[in-house]
Design a protein around this ligand. Structure first.
Ligand SMILES: [Fe+2]
Ligand SMILES: [Fe+2]
Length: 347
């Protein structure tokens, strides 16, 4: 992947600094952040979200045109810390008022409260819309949005593995082994999603759609990197994972049905089919094994587990609401490229 095109002054500067890290200037970066914005507004600031996404990406697959030593450049890390401070405050502002019952529950009740929290969260029903109403290009647009995370699916939470002990560590390894294909490179969930993109006539290469998706979609990926890359946020990372897995199985069944209804067919639906059963197991592992064990070991992590779960639902809704509103008006947030592939199935 090449460094993405800038989407504002900050991402233009960050893009240049990835090529020449010694020039990175955290003071200039701070000046380029809109200081008049409320912290939660950073979640919709595409220039800031893309900048942070690029800086985090140095710890994943990086960019062919970034400097070799960019990952641990002190200057770039100082820039990242400036951006993270603003983003972290935005996460807190967006999520703090959601966590009450989960943060204050008796520790032994946290797993049940987590499932209740997820079940009662008033998020928009994007999956239901896809199942019943979305047209073929709206489904293709959704795949473009989802590619930002799903092409690196499970990787942010893997950063947490060395930070866990005992049952929490064993549980996360078991879950991630499944995400990474149970030993079969062709079954890695990232790979299944790339195949879905390809079958939908969309570019399946890693990072291909980063330059066009909205800020809210980049923020979904960034909040996982924020939690995964900081040991002190390990509770938030696992709370996020728990909520993510617990909101996947039923929606994936709906997405798969919608995909088939619009004629995109089995090769596109396969990724979602896989998650109907897998995530029904993963949610139990994440909530009742990983989060429960983490909390049994360190009760001070309860609030952070709650913040992580809230961030998962809040950020997902933050991306889904504008998308759904736009679709209902007949538009797109991102126009998918034309596809001349004939419909495989008619509804
Ligand atoms: Fe998965
Ligand atoms: Fe999963």
């Amino acid at each position: 992947m090449l460094i993405p095109q800038p989407r504002g002054d900050l991402s233009r500067a960050v893009g240049a600094w990835l090529r020449a890290p010694e020039a990175a200037d955290s003071k200039l970066a701070a000046d380029l952040i809109d200081s008049s914005a409320e912290p939660a507004e950073t979640l919709t600031d595409v220039d800031l979200q893309l900048s942070l996404w690029m800086l985090y990406e140095l710890h994943y697959r990086s960019f062919e045109d970034a400097a070799d030593d960019a990952e641990w450049s002190p200057e770039l890390l100082a820039v990242r810390r400036r951006l993270e401070a603003v983003f972290d405050a935005g996460v807190e502002q967006a999520c703090a008022d959601l966590i009450g019952p989960l943060a204050t529950a008796a520790p032994q009740d946290v797993p049940d409260r987590l499932f209740e929290f997820v079940d009662t969260y008033p998020g928009p029903s994007l999956a239901e819309y896809v199942q019943r109403h979305a047209d073929r290009d709206q489904v293709r647009e959704l795949l473009m949005h989802r590619s930002i995370y799903h092409l690196k699916e499970a990787d942010p939470h893997s950063f947490v593995l060395p930070r866990l002990n005992g049952a929490a560590k064993a549980g996360l390894v078991e879950l991630q082994y499944d995400e990474y294909g149970d030993g079969d490179g062709d079954r890695i969930h990232q790979r299944l999603f790339a195949k879905a993109l390809q079958a939908a006539d969309l570019d399946p290469s890693y990072g291909a759609h980063v330059g066009v998706v909205p800020a809210e979609v980049l923020a979904i990926s960034n909040v996982m990197s924020l939690f995964g890359l900081h040991r002190r946020r390990r509770g938030a990372a696992m709370g996020h994972l728990a909520a993510f897995e617990a909101t996947s199985s039923v929606p994936c069944r709906r997405y798969a049905a919608g995909i088939r209804r619009v004629g995109l067919g089995d090769p596109v639906a396969q990724y979602f089919d896989e998650h109907v059963e897998a995530d029904a197991v993963h949610e139990q592992l994440a909530v009742r094994v990983i989060c429960a064990a983490l909390l049994a070991e360190d009760r001070t992590l309860q609030r952070d587990i709650a913040i992580g779960a809230a961030a998962c639902l809040r950020f997902d809704a933050g991306a889904a609401v504008p998308l759904l509103e736009t679709w209902k008006r007949g538009g797109h947030l991102v126009d998918p490229p034309a596809s001349d592939r004939a419909l495989a199935v008619t509804p």
